[in-house]
Design a protein around this ligand. Structure first.
Ligand SMILES: [Zn+2]
Length: 182
């Protein structure tokens, strides 16, 4: 019998506390406008479907936003408590399948949630800053041996070429997947 048959964990979690948790992490100094960054915001009622989701209005740019606007948690049909629990289970190193069982969700839904949460957390990681003396190893890439096609063919066959291609693809991925705001 799965634990989820005995205890519906999601049903025991308090929605109000989940939203309070998000607010506390997102705006430890008080809410500010995600559009213009102003701290001059006023509370402006609650979400119609989720009564614990606070809405705000920015006095500087007249923009409207709520607790989840601009986060990976916005615009999903799963309640916030499912996301909070999902994040908690990820911290316990549970597999997507186990998380799906615990939350009573589809495994493909769970997969999408864990991917989004990982992306969201990675985007928060500050860019690496190099200080002091920085040393870089020299890299020499052999493009080919002019006039020695046999040697080139031998190299490609040995797998060295494939390894280099994989490293080049990985480097390109790192370059292009970096958030543009960083
Ligand atoms: Zn604003």
């Amino acid at each position: 019998m799965a634990a989820s048959d005995l205890i519906n964990l999601s049903g025991l979690i308090d929605d109000a506390k989940c939203f309070a948790l998000v607010r506390q992490h997102r705006w430890p100094e008080g809410a500010c406008c995600p559009a213009c960054g102003s701290g001059a915001v006023i509370r402006d009622s609650h979400d119609d479907a989720q009564p614990c989701r606070q809405r705000y209005r920015c006095k500087a740019c007249s923009g409207r936003f709520d607790d989840l606007t601009g986060t990976v948690l916005a615009g999903h049909h799963q309640p916030l408590r499912a996301w909070v629990l999902c994040l908690y289970f990820m911290g316990l190193n549970l597999s997507n399948r186990q998380i799906a069982l615990e939350l009573g969700l589809d495994s493909s839904d769970t997969q999408a949630m864990t991917e989004q949460l990982r992306r969201g957390l990675a985007a928060k990681t500050p860019a690496v800053e190099l200080t002091g003396e920085v040393e870089i190893d020299e890299v020499y890439v052999v493009a080919g041996h002019k006039g020695q096609p046999a040697a080139v063919a031998k190299r490609a066959g040995s797998g060295a070429g494939a390894g280099w291609r994989a490293r080049r693809a990985a480097a390109r991925w790192r370059r292009t997947s970096r958030p543009s705001s960083a």
